[in-house]
Design a protein around this ligand. Sequence first.
Ligand SMILES: [Zn+2]
Length: 93
Amino acid sequence: MESSTLIKKIHMNCPLCDKTHEVEERKRFATITLKGDKVTYEERFYFCANADDEENEFETGSMTNENLLNARNVYRVKHGLLTSDEIVAIRES
Ligand SMILES: [Zn+2]
């Protein structure tokens, strides 16, 4: 398994094993190709310990959106375009 970090455990209805149990919310670095450019970004996902090794991860819709947003931010930074977060940071410093 790739290295990932545990963020927290959430008691929820797990779509993978169809049971309500504690699912691990984890994060790791992933690579995506945006406009032909490879960027490494941080993504969050849920991990089910009950499911088999082949398919033990899933994302909610909002999580997927957030991950994509992260990837786009990394792309912007790489190409010298400021992210909205950074603009706030500059104003506050
Ligand atoms: Zn599960």
